[in-house]
Design a protein. Structure first.
Length: 294
């Protein structure tokens, strides 16, 4: 330990004043970032953990127990639906842009500029679009389906860009070697390129999940705020679960905090939301690691 510390001190003495200043600024920024993150997590744990009572996980929401179980189920369901819609389109579009489209194609440039523009649009704008198109024009009403499609449009640029960069990171030698052995473009894509790029693609999916789980404004305009688990498989639209209003954990937390009567339960909901995001990220990281080893 002393030897390693003395080595660090010697390296610092050899640095120029400007290098030393930049090194200290980087260290300070790292410490502040980690410190703020730990402070936020610790604050949420301290404020929310004492109020994680059994009544908070009741199967049915009432104004007395303000159960977060229905919003928790709705959050997982909406996340899966949004990913099911957005991820295939994002990956297939990235595959076309990288592997099939010509390098100097003007349409490709327009698509990339449009994607970057859509990625910077505030979520409230997506919510207004979803309200006008899915809720109003298509007459889906405030529903799980309207919220899922709105979120899918929101995360589509992120999935496209990360998938595109992941495919670009695959060395050209892999493609040339596969073609040289007689494999076609589709086989090369499915057996060589996508498995190699999968960790980068999953990184984009992880970021997308974080945006879905934490979204509030867009869902208030599209999915509504009804705290129940949508049920029903009837053929008519009114009784089919996809066309019923719902509430996610983030909307649930916003509703509790805005009402002002259940602030402690809002902190408990924030803690559950934090644990959900950490769990999903850990699972995605484990899957990405598996792909990287494979």
């Amino acid at each position: 330990m002393n030897a390693s510390w003395s080595m660090i001190v010697k390296n610092l003495r050899r640095k120029k004043p400007l290098d030393m200043a930049l090194f200290l600024l980087v260290c300070l920024a790292s410490v502040l970032t980690i410190g703020f993150m730990l402070f936020i997590i610790g604050y949420i744990v301290v404020k929310g953990a004492p109020y994680l009572t059994p009544s908070l996980f009741a199967l049915k929401y009432t104004s007395e127990n303000v159960s977060l179980f229905p919003p928790l189920v709705n959050t997982v369901t909406m996340t899966l639906l949004s990913l099911l819609i957005a991820v295939p389109f994002g990956i297939f579009t990235a595959v076309y842009l990288v592997e099939y489209a010509k390098r100097d194609n003007k349409i490709v440039g327009v698509i990339r500029i449009t994607t970057e523009t859509l990625a910077g649009i505030p979520s409230i704008i997506y919510g207004l679009f979803g309200f006008l198109f899915f809720v109003g024009y298509l007459k889906w009403g405030y529903s799980l389906l309207a919220g899922s499609f709105t979120l899918a449009i929101m995360i589509l640029p992120l999935v496209m860009r990360t998938s595109e960069e992941a495919l670009k990171s695959v060395p050209d030698a892999f493609r040339e070697g596969s073609f040289g052995l007689g494999a076609g473009r589709l086989r090369t894509l499915s057996k060589i390129l996508l498995p190699y790029a999968m960790p980068g693609i999953l990184a984009g999916v992880i970021l997308s999940i974080g945006r879905i789980v934490g979204e509030t404004a867009a869902l208030i305009f599209t999915a509504g705020t009804l705290a129940r688990v949508p049920t029903g498989l009837a053929l008519n639209k009114e009784q089919f679960f996809l066309f019923q209003s719902t509430r996610t954990l983030s909307v649930h937390m916003y509703a509790l905090s805005s009402e002002g009567f259940h602030i402690n339960e809002a902190y408990a909901t924030a803690l559950v939301l934090l644990l959900l995001v950490v769990g999903i990220n850990a699972l995605s990281f484990f899957i990405a690691k598996k792909f990287a080893r494979g």
